[in-house]
Design a protein around this ligand. Structure first.
Ligand SMILES: [Zn+2]
Length: 244
């Protein structure tokens, strides 16, 4: 394969290096089973997968086969937990270019954290020894937009259930309305998406004795990230070693 043919030379820095690394060593562990990765190793795997996706170089050999399904009959060892938004444009397995059994994914509108999300993370970190949790927001999030419309325009919802989501996002973004961002809706939305991710990260880090204990004593890491609908890239902006 000629990298130039795929436009790699003109893509942002890092894409070519990631591509070469993947071609040389596509499956660093037996049968591509990413078992018991550390948080850092898991993060690197996500970064490499997202680079492949964003550069239209998704791995054609990623484990989605009948054989992989059979391997997973006896159990799973997902290397990362993703708490992401339900938005149809942000499917975790696709944007991180991963296969069956790789990711433990929790999706809910606005990537909010309520008891069932905390419980899902507790379950995975305890049962599967997964040591990386990513809260994944995204640009132009509808749930965050709806929350801003409620706060700024009084456009409430008649559904108690939808209101339950908006009310979870509200505390994270309310303070931004007292800043100059109030007069710039696109900038306000961008800041609100990140504030909402940070609130969910904070809730996970401090809202569960199980998670807090594993963070302190057993290498668990919770990171906040934002997916760009525009570029296809994920920015690990909150808590990632070495920044994004
Ligand atoms: Zn969303």
């Amino acid at each position: 394969m000629d990298p130039a043919r795929f436009g790699l030379i003109t893509h942002p820095g890092g894409a070519l290096a990631a591509w070469i690394h993947w071609r040389v060593n596509p499956c660093p562990r037996d049968h591509c089973m990413p078992t018991k990765l550390s948080a850092l190793e898991a993060l690197e795997r996500l970064r490499e997968g997202n680079l492949r996706f964003a550069n239209n170089l998704s791995n054609p050999d990623k484990p989605l086969s009948h054989q992989r399904r059979e391997e997973l009959m006896s159990g799973q060892e997902p290397f990362a937990i993703i708490l992401g938004c339900s938005d149809s444009r942000v499917p975790a397995e696709i944007i991180f270019d991963q296969g069956l059994g790789d990711l433990f994914v929790i999706r809910v509108a606005g990537n909010i954290v309520a008891p069932s999300q905390v419980g899902s993370v507790e379950f995975a970190v305890s049962r599967y020894h997964t040591r990386l949790v990513i809260v994944l927001g995204h640009s132009r999030c509808g749930a965050v937009t709806a929350t801003l419309e409620t706060l700024l325009d009084g456009e409430g919802t008649e559904s108690r259930n939808v209101a339950a989501i908006v009310n979870r996002v509200m505390p994270a973004v309310r303070g931004l309305l007292d800043t100059e961002l109030r007069h710039d809706r696109p900038a306000l939305l961008r800041a609100s998406v990140r504030a909402n991710v940070r609130a969910s990260v904070d809730h996970l880090r401090h809202g569960s004795a199980i998670i807090e204990s594993l963070i302190q004593d057993d290498g668990l890491v919770v990171i906040g990230a934002e997916y760009s609908l525009e570029s296809g890239m994920v920015d690990f902006f909150d808590g990632a070693p070495g920044g994004s």
